[in-house]
Ligand binder design. Structure first.
Ligand code: SOE
Length: 398
């Protein structure tokens, strides 16, 4: 009987809850050589961490991640904290011989991401593995889109169109949370959700972003203090003291890829009505694929080689047993949800650990995403890129 894989997880907010669910379910739906054991949950406040450990099924609660890393009865460290702590925890864990799963984006800077990738490369030599939690890769429809590209069904890729549209900050009185603090989060919509689009675009196309031209915008520059520091959105006290928003509310950028494609990316938390519209469309010389997470069990596919007069986008119902991950879940047509991405992710991570393979996305993959984020911020900082329209703006009488 192989020993369990004993998990120590740091953080229990939205991502911590999703990861806890994934560790509880992975071995129940995937045939894994080792069973994940929810050993220790780490949080800052003892009472809240004890309550979260009981709620999410963890055997112990701890308030110091360093003690977790010192323990020889912990095999995996799962980092579900804001980005400012990722590098310190991950590097210490890898150097202590612990496998590491780290939420995205990998870090708050390229320098930290590079240090993490270097630590992961050194640890891999000793059979210790690291993966970054770009969970949308585990969506069956996006994995199928990648397969279609790899099979040549899309042909030479010309366009990549990626949007990640949320609206939980549309209300100017939504409270100031850690995601709006550059020191904690590194950036705003760009790193939080734009990073998903960058990774998904590179995953599906197999091409890497090499250059960008960008704009960042902050619509609401201060927000009520004292709100729910871990939630998404909500409404603070409109008359409460306000603190500064130090990150972008929206990020727009065009991109060049090393395979010749050009791309357009949009990430915002102000697209009122779009709750979690993570969208990707790829147009090639032979076909196109289009995905919208708000219809996550479908993939739109246009086959340009179909008979003339019989062409059109078809909806592939990505719930067939032949599709990625779906055979592990429900019968055809029943579909998966957001949580399944995390269980699929945990299962892939555990399989790679037990088989001694590099999990993907690796920290090196995630470093490449971090480099794109940095390039976007550098481009956006150069206001000289804008070309002002010469004609005067029309007056109200025009
Ligand atoms: C907030 O924008 C967030 O929770 C992201 O941090 C997650 O990565 C994304 O999956 C859902 O939205």
């Amino acid at each position: 009987m192989t020993p369990p894989l004993r998990i120590g997880q740091i953080g229990y907010a939205f991502m911590g809850a999703a990861h806890s669910h994934a560790w509880r379910t992975a071995h129940r739906f995937f045939d894994l050589d080792r069973t994940p054991e929810l050993a220790v949950l780490v949080g800052r406040t003892e009472s809240k961490t004890i309550a979260a450990a009981a709620r999410f099924g963890w055997a112990e609660a701890e308030t110091d991640w360093r003690r977790l890393i010192e323990r020889d009865d912990i095999d995996v460290i799962d980092i579900c904290t804001p980005g400012d702590s990722h590098a310190q925890i991950a590097i210490a864990a890898l150097e202590a011989g612990k496998h590491v799963l780290c939420e995205k984006p990998l870090a708050n800077s390229v320098a930290d991401a590079r240090a993490m990738a270097d630590a992961a490369a050194a640890a891999a030599d000793g059979g210790v593995w690291a993966m970054c939690g770009f969970s949308y890769r585990r969506t069956p429809a996006l994995a199928l889109a990648r397969q279609l590209v790899q099979e040549g069904r899309v042909g030479d890729i010309r366009h990549v169109r990626a949007q990640y549209l949320q609206d939980w900050l549309s209300n100017a009185d939504a409270p100031l949370t850690w995601r709006l603090d550059r020191e904690r989060a590194g950036s705003g919509s760009l790193g939080d959700i734009g990073a998903h689009s960058i990774d998904a675009a590179q995953f599906v196309t197999g091409q890497a972003v090499t250059a960008v031209s960008a704009t960042l915008e902050t619509f609401v520059t201060s927000r009520p203090l004292g709100g729910d520091l871990v939630g998404l959105g909500g409404v603070g006290q409109a008359d409460a003291p306000r603190g500064p928003v130090t990150v972008d509310d929206a990020a727009l950028f065009s991109a060049r890829f090393d395979g010749g494609a050009i791309g357009i990316f949009e990430a915002t938390r102000f697209a009122l009505g779009r709750r979690n519209a993570m969208r990707l469309e790829v147009n090639g010389s032979l076909g196109s694929v289009a995905f919208d997470f708000e219809d996550m069990n479908s993939l739109q596919y246009f086959d340009g080689t179909d008979q003339e007069g019989r062409q059109g986008f078809r909806t592939i119902n990505v719930t067939e047993p032949v599709h990625p991950y779906t055979a592990n879940w429900w019968p055809t047509g029943h579909g998966l949800g957001y949580d399944h991405l995390f269980t699929n992710q945990a299962a892939d991570f555990i399989r790679c650990i037990t088989q001694g393979e590099q999990p993907r996305p690796s920290f090196q993959d995630a470093l490449r995403v971090q480099a794109v984020l940095a390039a976007v911020e550098a481009s956006a900082a150069d206001e000289s890129r804008w070309s002002t329209v010469s004609e005067p703006t029309p007056t109200k009488d025009d």
